[in-house]
Design a protein around this ligand. Structure first.
Ligand code: TXA
Ligand code: MG
Length: 315
């Protein structure tokens, strides 16, 4: 696997154009990209991740024009795009363009679009000249990567290259909004706080109820997800003997702290890297689990708690 840097965008784009897989940074997490128009390349994503094939992928675009060419953006979708793109927001839109491989949309009559905020990501998409289908660059069910070395540890030998852009800044996957109905609903809380979406739309955006976990047709419906190897226990005041404590705020003596200042944006940015680090450390030192301090259920705390509940879910 090639370890590329920002100067190697042309090389990364060439790999993508010829049907290869390139992991690339965005402001949320690293994505595992392939040309969304190349069904065989997209198939390789599912293979590399070991991902259930019913789970559709997000298409990453470099511009609004590119988004328009891929689906029908409603008036409300355009308002959202205008306010929050580029950024950590994904819009599920109707009428996917016929060039998009069926594997990308999983045969649904809609497609998920996102314009990342990280310029390196948009430059790569523009250089490739095609929208990039990209789930998070981790094996299915594992913690999402926020650094190139996370990708390398998880996917080395299974993909063609990683484009290293340093650690991601938001650290949580995008907020996914369903725009196929007049009333917008949230399919996955994420890096854009839902309060901001509600404020723009003038009503409280609801989080869609999880579907039957055996037939996930919308995001992150698999119960156990983002799983470290050791057990995870939530809303902990302190760690047991065999646990590490992942703290939040100043009140606790933690092994690692998501944010000493109880800042939810800082906590989101640290979440996956801290889970990775404590998981590895637990393995080396024979600890059995990670206890996590309570996180307030507001702003980005909604998405942080969503990921933590999945990490703690029975496997
Ligand atoms: O921040 C992110 O969103 C990252 C970076 C790489 O952009 N990507 C990401 O992708 O988290 P992924 O594949 O791990 O999550 C995409 C979610 C999936 O849970 C999938 O079910 C949902 O989006 N999704 C994709 N297309 C959909 C559609 N047409 N309708 C409903 N849900 C869809
Ligand atoms: Mg993922």
């Amino acid at each position: 696997m090639e370890h590329l840097g920002p100067k190697d965008i042309e090389r990364a784009a060439a790999i993508l154009r010829t049907g290869g897989l390139v992991a690339f940074p965005t402001e949320t997490v690293y994505g595992l990209g392939a040309s969304a128009f190349d069904g065989r390349a997209v198939a390789k994503i599912y293979e590399a991740k070991g991902r259930p094939s019913f789970n559709p992928l997000i298409l990453h675009v470099a511009s609004l024009d590119q988004a328009h060419a891929l689906a029908a953006l409603s008036e409300t979708a355009l308002r959202l795009a205008d306010a929050f793109w580029p950024g950590p927001m994904t819009l599920v839109c109707p009428n996917p363009a016929p060039e998009i491989s069926n594997l990308t949309t999983a045969g649904l009559g809609s497609v998920a679009l996102r314009m990342p905020d990280l310029k390196l990501a948009r430059d790569l998409i523009a250089a490739a000249g095609v929208p990039l289908a990209a789930p998070s660059a981790n094996r299915s069910g594992k913690i999402s990567p926020t650094r190139a070395d996370h990708v390398i540890a998880d996917l080395n030998g299974r993909i063609d290259a990683v484009l290293d852009g340093g650690p991601t800044t938001v650290g949580l996957e995008s907020t996914i909004l369903d725009t196929t109905d007049d009333k917008i609903t949230c399919l996955r809380p994420g890096g854009l706080a839902l309060e901001k979406v509600s404020a723009l739309l003038g009503y409280e955006v609801e989080i869609a109820k999880p579907l039957d976990p055996d037939s996930p047709s919308s995001p992150g419906q698999l119960q156990s997800h983002y799983a470290p190897k050791v057990a995870v226990r939530l809303n902990a005041d302190s760690a047991a003997e065999a646990e590490f404590l992942l703290g939040f705020g100043t009140t606790v003596e933690a092994d690692l702290n998501l944010s000493r200042d109880a800042d939810l944006e800082e906590a989101a940015a640290n979440l996956f890297a801290h889970l990775h680090d404590l998981d590895h450390l637990a393995h080396r030192t024979g600890k059995m689990g990670i206890a996590v301090s309570p996180i307030p259920e507001m702003g980005l705390g909604l998405a942080i708690n969503d990921r933590l509940r999945r990490a703690a879910a029975p496997r």
